[in-house]
Write a protein that binds this ligand. Structure first.
Ligand code: SF4
Length: 416
């Protein structure tokens, strides 16, 4: 087969990177092709809400690993290509100078020893920063198995690093990604955390200390490729946030892979599902939000004996209906933590309520003006002792607050 030219490589390897959700982009985030249709540019947002256009690309789609869920796995019959560091740095710099992109996400298949692959990624971003003068955002993938020294170096050039844990249990990793080890991935996260804290500490004392990956580390979990349930996924996420101060865990609904001519796929170890379990992914993001911003623990998001999030109710409402003994919350007296538990009251609104309460007694109309969603909150709050709607019939409330996002989509996901 004839070797690909650089533009063909860019087209192939930017398309191949779309399966990685750990930089908050994906087809859903919006993407377009650059002039000439050569590279996918992914539209996303920074944590502060600033829109960014990312060139998301693999250094190489050659991979020694054989992860069942991945289109680039060793046994798939796809076309392969690799950049050189200089080629890729030049391409990225050119797209950046032409203002097609603001950021760069770089990952790779494991085409050689992990340290060699990681070294190539670092060489690329180093060229980009030092020779091309690129000062845009860089998100760099840590290759599983790469040593601590390389993680340390990578964080000096990149804004964010990520290593994908992909599956929540060792058993699933052994089945679907036998060359990956949960232990190695967690060790890399731990290395990042230690190095990051050491740099932060030094920066407090010595102002000239360089920044180390200021946008922190993230990871991705694939949802629906293995038989692991939501409880296992959320338990893992809570523990990652706690232990490694992860900025984000991204959940990526497993996409059944269909290649023209089969290409060695699909794999019999994977579930036979017609489409990605997006409703489940959505619920996991809602539960994750509760952990990060609403002070919920992973365990209390699930009812006793429940393994999956409710398909018909968002997790906060589902919790509230299980814990009617906690309510009503009197909005003129409740503390911040109590307000956070009320469906229809967000973290920002809870703070505004506390602030406004200092000078006003709040009524329902006032709450509505402050941004409280009374359609949801009405069953769980009182204003000066008065209910808008007494929660006498939980089944009726459940019916009224049900959203249909996940209706009927939780259970039939596994059909091995
Ligand atoms: S390591 Fe696994 S997930 Fe990563 S590119 Fe290789 S096969 Fe795909």
């Amino acid at each position: 087969m004839a070797a690909l030219d650089i533009v063909e490589k860019l087209s192939l390897l930017s398309g191949a990177a779309k399966y990685d959700a750990s930089c908050a982009t994906g087809e859903g985030a919006g993407l377009e092709k650059t002039a000439g249709g050569t590279a996918m540019v992914y539209h996303s947002f920074t944590e502060s809400g600033r829109p960014v256009r990312l060139l998301k690309v693999l250094f190489s789609n050659v991979c020694r690993f054989d992860c069942a869920y991945c289109v680039n796995r060793a046994s798939s019959g796809i076309q392969r290509a690799s950049f050189t560091a200089r080629e890729l740095a030049g391409l990225c710099s050119s797209l950046w100078r032409k203002r097609y992109i603001d950021g760069f996400f770089l990952s790779s298949g494991v085409f050689a020893d992990p340290d060699i692959v990681m070294g190539k990624l670092i060489e690329t971003v180093k060229l980009l920063r030092k020779e091309a003068g690129y000062n845009g955002y860089i998100h760099l993938k840590i290759i599983p198995g790469a040593g601590e020294k390389l993680i340390r170096e990578a964080g000096l050039w990149a804004d964010r690093l990520s290593i994908n844990i992909e599956l929540p249990t060792d058993k699933s990793l052994q089945t679907l990604a036998p060359q990956k080890s949960g232990k190695t991935i967690l060790e890399a996260m731990n290395d990042f955390t230690l190095v990051h804290s050491a740099f932060e500490e030094d920066r407090r004392r010595i102002r000239s200390t360089p920044e180390f990956a200021p946008a922190g580390q993230t990871t991705q979990l694939i949802v629906g490729a293995s038989a692991d349930d939501d409880r296992q996924i959320i338990a893992l996420s809570s523990s990652l946030y706690r232990k490694f101060s992860l900025r984000r865990v991204y959940y990526s609904a497993f996409m059944p892979i269909h290649l023209p001519g089969g290409g060695g796929l699909p794999d019999p170890r994977l579930p036979d599902i017609p489409s990605p379990p997006l409703a489940r992914e959505h619920r996991l993001y809602q539960a994750d939000w509760l952990i990060r911003f609403y002070h919920f623990t992973g365990g209390e998001i699930f009812g006793e004996g429940e393994s999956f999030l409710d398909g018909n109710l968002d997790p906060k409402t589902a919790w509230a209906l299980r814990r009617l003994d906690f309510f009503p919350v009197e909005v003129n007296r409740a503390c911040y933590e109590e307000l956070l538990r009320v469906p229809g009251i967000g973290a920002k609104t809870a703070r505004i309520i506390l602030e406004r309460r200092r000078s006003h007694t709040l009524d329902f109309e006032g709450l509505r003006r402050l941004g409280v969603i009374l359609k949801r909150a009405r069953y769980f709050i009182t204003c000066s002792g008065t209910f808008l709607d007494r929660p006498e019939d939980p089944k009726r409330i459940r019916r009224l607050l049900s959203d249909s996002v996940g209706a009927g989509m939780q259970l039939p996901l596994f059909d091995f």
